[in-house]
Structure formats: structure tokens, C-alpha cells
Design a protein around this ligand. Structure first.
Ligand code: NAP
Length: 273
């Protein structure tokens, strides 16, 4: 691809962003789709300055990551209803409507699940009560899933459970919940501490579906354990790819080549393993 005066610029803003796989994923998609566009990583604590720069320079779209996902909301011209409810934006579109915020994490998790199972009416235990748990919880609730939250700190877990109008259990009591689906949303099991697993083996039953949203490594200790117990497993890469595909659709109006994206990110993850 030749970068010229027509090249559209996209990026990810966060602090830090050195670990982000979004540049590899999106540059692969732009190239595979024949678009004259590039995607860069912007490491900054100054989210206000970043938004001014986006407007002034005509940067078409931005992924937003830690620590800016909530702080960015009051600075935008408009925010999609689901992102407002979740209280976090991970995607900005810059067009004639100004800077508009969305949350594609929720969509990504939903697509990853719905590719494998029917979720309406099932009972789901979400482990964790951070930003990702919140995004997943709100969209699952909208789809008629019966939720329960388990978290390390009671106050955060109880606060999310209150927002979702569902029960809370401390981590040590997660085995008491008869869940058909477990979604693990904490960083436990993530590289370099990938030998850890937050769910005791005896909690995992063969009729369960287990999703871990950690994607480095792709096969976490939890997923290995769940598979050996006979559970259906869903890895975090699926959510990551689908949230990226939705960003691409919001920015370009095009469907993303999901298989190409998956292969590009898998290659980087396998190289770093
Ligand atoms: P966050 O807002 O910081 O929340 C982290 C949650 O994990 C909190 O509930 C925290 O519990 C809990 N936690 C952290 N360390 C723990 C430990 N050692 N033991 C038990 N619980 C622990 O983070 P987030 O944005 O939700 O992200 C969480 C994970 O999801 C990260 O690994 C991130 O990479 C991954 N993620 C993946 C995708 C994807 O597309 N696959 C998307 C978003 C995030 P306390 O309340 O007790 O602190």
C-alpha cells in the first residue's frame, strides 16, 4: 500500500498501548479490504488533547483503551445508548456528527457466544466486576440471560450486581451457583502469569459452557481445565476479533474479513508464546 495525501488515519489511544494487538488486526483488515488507511498506536494520558487532535487532523476513528474508557464519555459530541448504560466507550467515530462513542466489547462478547450457543434464558455466572464484566453483563441482560456476579472485592461485585439487578456471590462461593455458562473476565491466567486459574476444578461440570475473555494465551489454564472436564469452551480471541470487526464496520460501513483478522492476531500471539 502507498501512503499518500488521501490515506485515512485511525488509531488506538491508551496508557500504556505497547501491548495492543489492535494495530496488527486493523492494518491487516484495511489492507485485505483494499482501503487506503492506516492504524497507529497513540500512547498518552491526555485524552482531551487526543480528541482535539482527532478533530483538528480529521483522524477518522479511534479505539479507546485503559485508562480512558470512562473518562472520554463527557468529552464526546454524542454517545450510543448501550455505551452510556455500560459507562464505557472503546470506539470513537469521527464523521459529520462529530465524535461519537460506542462500546463494541459488549457486541464482541455476544457474537463470540452466539456463534457457539443460544444464550436467551440461560443462567450465567460472570467472574469479575470490572469494565469488561460490565459491558458483557449489560448486553447479556438485554438478551434475557439470568446473571450472577462473583468478584474478589465485595463492594465492586455488589455494585455491579445492583446495576444489573442480579445476585452477587464472593469468589469462594462460586460453586454454589448452578450456572450453565461461566464467563471469566478478570486478568487471572493472562501472560506472564498464565499458570493461574480462578475457577476450582470441582466447579466445572461437563454440561457447562466456559468462556475466558483473556486472549494471551489463547488457551488459558481455565480453558484447558474446562475442556478436560468435558465443557464447551470459547476463547477470548473470539471476543477480541468480533469487537474489532464491529469497530471496522462502524468506521467504514463494511463487513470485516474475520478469518483474516483472526489469523493475523493468532500469528503474533503464537510468536510471542
Ligand atoms: P478491570 O476493569 O481492571 O477489572 C478487573 C476485574 O478483575 C476486577 O473485577 C478485579 O477484581 C478482578 N481481578 C483483577 N485481578 C484479580 C486477581 N488477581 N484475582 C481475582 N480477581 C482479580 O479490567 P477489564 O477492563 O474488565 O479487563 C479484564 C480482563 O479482560 C483483562 O485481562 C483484559 O485484557 C481482558 N479483556 C479482554 C477483551 C477481549 O476482547 N477479549 C476485552 C476487554 C478486556 P476487584 O474488583 O477485586 O479489583
Amino acid at each position: 500500500m502507498i501512503i499518500d495525501q488521501h490515506t485515512a488515519l485511525y488509531g488506538v489511544v491508551g496508557y500504556p498501548v505497547g501491548h495492543s494487538l489492535s494495530p496488527v488486526m486493523h492494518n491487516t483488515v484495511f489492507s485485505a479490504s483494499g482501503l487506503n488507511a492506516v492504524y497507529l498506536a497513540f500512547e498518552t494520558k491526555d485524552i482531551g488533547g487526543c480528541l482535539e487532535g482527532m478533530k483538528a487532523l480529521g483522524i477518522r476513528g479511534m479505539s479507546v483503551t485503559i485508562p480512558h474508557k470512562s473518562a472520554v464519555i463527557p468529552l464526546l459530541d454524542d454517545v450510543d445508548d448501550l455505551a452510556k448504560k455500560i459507562g464505557a466507550v472503546n470506539t470513537i467515530v469521527n464523521d459529520d456528527n462529530g465524535l461519537v462513542g460506542y462500546n463494541t466489547d459488549a457486541f464482541g462478547a455476544l457474537r463470540a457466544l452466539e456463534d457457539k450457543i443460544e444464550i436467551s434464558g440461560i443462567t450465567c455466572l460472570i467472574i469479575g466486576a470490572g469494565g469488561a464484566a460490565r459491558a458483557i453483563g449489560f448486553i447479556m441482560k438485554e438478551r434475557g440471560v439470568h446473571l450472577c456476579i462473583a468478584n474478589r472485592s465485595d463492594h465492586k461485585g455488589e455494585a455491579l450486581a445492583r446495576s444489573l439487578k442480579c445476585p452477587f456471590v464472593p469468589l469462594k462461593d462460586m460453586g454454589e451457583i448452578h450456572a450453565e455458562l461461566i464467563i471469566q473476565t478478570t486478568p487471572v491466567g493472562m501472560y506472564p502469569r498464565d499458570g493461574h486459574c480462578i475457577v476450582p476444578k470441582e466447579v466445572l461440570k461437563k454440561e457447562m459452557v466456559v468462556m475466558d475473555i483473556v486472549y494471551n494465551p489463547i488457551e488459558t489454564k481455565l480453558l484447558t481445565l474446562a475442556r478436560t472436564q468435558g465443557c464447551l469452551t470459547i476463547d477470548g480471541l473470539q471476543m477480541f476479533i468480533h469487537q474489532g470487526a464491529e469497530q471496522f464496520r462502524l468506521w467504514t460501513g463494511l463487513e470485516a474479513p474475520v478469518t483474516t483478522m483472526t489469523k493475523a492476531v493468532e500469528k503474533v500471539l503464537k510468536k510471542s508464546a
